[in-house]
Design a protein around this ligand. Structure first.
Ligand code: MIG
Length: 618
């Protein structure tokens, strides 16, 4: 392999004597890219990020960690750039101009780390080397580029039939309907509730006949319940994580008390990966792995500490400080840092405490699933994506960005997360379109659809108890139909450019600055993105806006789409413009010398004719 990588020499950084901290000065104007799925911007400068996969549904900009740890940054001062990939399974703090605006300091909490310095003339060269080092990106089956509808709360097979009916009656294209934890028997992984889904196989093939894929949610925790085969096999095989004294570690998640498969152990991985046959044998070919940070609702060990704390408070009269102490105790119950120190992995003979390798857990769950699929049928393609992630998992599956909110600010966050995820290899990614938590609005959903139609994973998902947000429930269903049809017309372009990016070690969604290197303005643009090689997009992400300011680094052809067949076009010169975009209009800019191929509208991906394309050129 010919990669310009030196291992072990963090060029430009000074390393502390204990090897736990490395720092470098940031030049004025230098941009720091990377870190995949985080809060804040494409340029990471000015905040402290912490790599520690966290089940936190409040993605506010004051947070330091989300579900993912993608330990790669690239410092670009315009003249030169350099990438740093840090291969380290534990907690890392990235102080990127937070403590000192001109310093970048990386701290390893538990141990020192492998640092790969990746040199290259320009960002794409560095990204390509990173990919050569960490492996090629996962490519999902073509149908996974279709539109998907999900919601926590579809309880029965009939609920899912209803959803399909809603879409089909209005002829809105759709390929996937997701099953959330409600399909399981008592939230037990690899089970279906016999009353709500009496015949999984029959149901899956009934859906398949209509061109629909059903994609169930999988959680790692295995319910402690004698007689439940997955539990019995796990105990028997020694596949679960243990405490220091060798007894099995238990924590509560959806099924109640569970044990956690030790995905860092090759035998446990194989066992769990093969368990997916429960689903694949029934014809299921799409999966989303959830809760794999892993999320811990509570442990009995920590609960007793909480109870003791409360008992102590009850001894006296509650005062203001007691009140805050009480609240703090309550807030400490789930995902408690101490709980992550209570269990161990068996890395094929080496015992390691969980917190030191925390960020590898979801990676190895995704790997277990992917390797299980391959063993079962090497030729079959599966859709697979995960909530938590770590560089390396991009070889096995994609990611979705977890429990966002139906907030305009989270639409913008989604826009900024996508190029960063692409840098680190996670090309198959997307957010809960319309927002997961809180109540969405019709206009937010429409603007979000207008952005998500360019993300490879395009799923509408929402939380139990929030306003229902299937597209057929809104008033302007015609507009939604035309927008989803536009996505389907663009699938040949999206798919081809995606596969090209995966094959070349490139990116599908890119910041402007990677392409227009000499244009300093592009270094500050975070709300316009390049999608594949031919187009730039400029999403509208503010409520009640019927247009926006854009910057064009070169002359481009602007397409204002209302649907696949309904658009107007205009040549725009390089520079600043204010352009109109009514609520149902999507702005796409074709770059000079490039063209955008479009297919005829289809209602399933399998019906798209990839050969009969019309080209819009600039
Ligand atoms: O604790 O399965 O991020 O997409 O709908 C919540 C229920 C568990 C979290 C996932 C979300 C999913 C939800 N899950």
């Amino acid at each position: 392999m010919d990669i310009p990588v030196t291992s072990g020499d963090p060029a430009g950084f000074s390393v502390s004597t204990d090897q736990k901290t490395m720092s470098t000065e940031l030049k004025p104007g230098a941009v720091v890219y990377g870190l995949g799925e985080t809060v804040r911007g494409i340029n990471k400068r000015g905040w402290l990020y912490r790599s520690f996969n966290s089940d936190d549904p409040h993605h506010e900009e004051g947070k330091h960690s989300l579900y993912a740890s993608q330990n790669f940054i690239m410092i670009d001062d315009g003249d030169s750039c350099c990438g740093y990939f840090i291969d380290h399974p534990g907690t890392i703090e990235w102080d990127i101009g937070y403590t000192d605006p001109d310093m970048l300091t990386i701290t390893f909490i538990d141990m020192d780390a492998y640092v790969y310095v990746i040199t290259g003339d320009e960002p794409y060269a560095i990204i390509k080397s990173l990919r050569e080092l960490t492996g090629p990106s996962y490519i999902p089956p073509k149908w996974a580029f279709g539109y998907g509808q999900s919601r926590w709360g579809y309880k029965t097979a009939d609920d899912i039939r209803e959803v399909l009916k809603g879409y089909d009656e209005l002829e809105i294209p759709i390929d996937t309907i997701y099953m959330d934890i409600d399909y399981m028997k008592d939230f037990k992984v690899f089970t279906t509730d016999p009353e709500r889904f009496p015949d999984l196989k029959g149901f899956v093939s009934e859906m398949k006949e209509q061109g629909i894929h059903v994609a169930p949610n999988t959680d790692p925790g295995v319910k402690i319940q004698p007689g439940y085969d997955v539990y019995e096999e796990g105990v028997e095989g020694g596949y679960f994580c243990k405490k220091e004294d060798g007894s099995l570690f238990a924590a509560a998640v959806w099924p109640g008390m569970v044990h956690f498969p030790d995905f860092l152990n090759s035998e446990a991985r194989k066992w769990f990966g093969d368990k997916y046959r429960y689903m694949t044998d029934a014809g299921v070919d799409g999966f989303w792995n959830d809760m794999n940070e892993p999320a811990l609702f509570y442990t009995n060990e920590h609960l007793s500490e909480v109870y003791a704390g409360i008992d102590e408070l009850r001894q006296g009269e509650m005062d203001i400080w007691g009140f805050f102490k009480f609240k703090e105790l309550m807030d400490s119950i789930d995902n408690n840092p101490e709980d992550y120190r209570r269990f161990y992995h068996d890395l094929d003979g080496v015992k390691v405490r969980h917190d030191k390798v925390h960020n590898l857990y979801s990676f190895n769950m995704t790997r277990a699933a992917s390797e299980g699929f391959k063993r079962n049928d090497p030729d079959k393609e599966y859709m697979l994506f995960s909530r938590a992630s770590f560089i390396g998992a991009h070889r096995y599956g994609g990611v979705w960005t977890g429990d966002n909110m139906s907030w305009w600010s989270h639409l913008l966050l989604n826009i900024k997360q996508m190029p960063s995820l692409n840098m680190t290899g996670f090309l198959f990614s997307g957010a809960d379109t319309g927002g997961f938590g809180a109540d969405t609005t019709e206009d937010l959903m429409m603007r979000w659809v207008e952005f998500s139609m360019f993300t490879p994973l395009f799923r509408n998902h929402s939380a139990l108890g929030t306003r229902e947000q299937e597209l057929y429930r809104f008033k302007r269903t015609d507009d939604f139909k035309h927008l989803i049809e536009l996505r389907y017309a663009l699938i040949p372009y999206i798919y081809t450019e995606f596969v090209k990016a995966a094959d070349d070690g490139g990116m599908f969604i890119k910041p402007l600055a990677f392409e227009y290197r000499s244009d300093a303005r592009c270094r500050e643009i975070e709300d316009q993105l390049l999608i594949g090689d031919s187009i730039m997009i400029a999403p509208v992400y503010e409520q009640n806006s019927n247009g926006r300011y854009i910057y064009l680094p070169e002359r481009m052809k602007m397409l204002r789409f209302r649907g696949a067949e309904d658009y107007d076009e205009e040549m725009l010169d390089a520079g600043d413009h204010y352009v109109k975009a009514a609520l149902n209009e999507v702005l796409v800019f074709v770059r000079p010398g490039k063209s955008l191929p479009m297919a005829r509208v289809a209602r399933r991906v399998r019906d798209i004719n990839f050969d009969n394309l019309k080209n819009i050129s600039c």
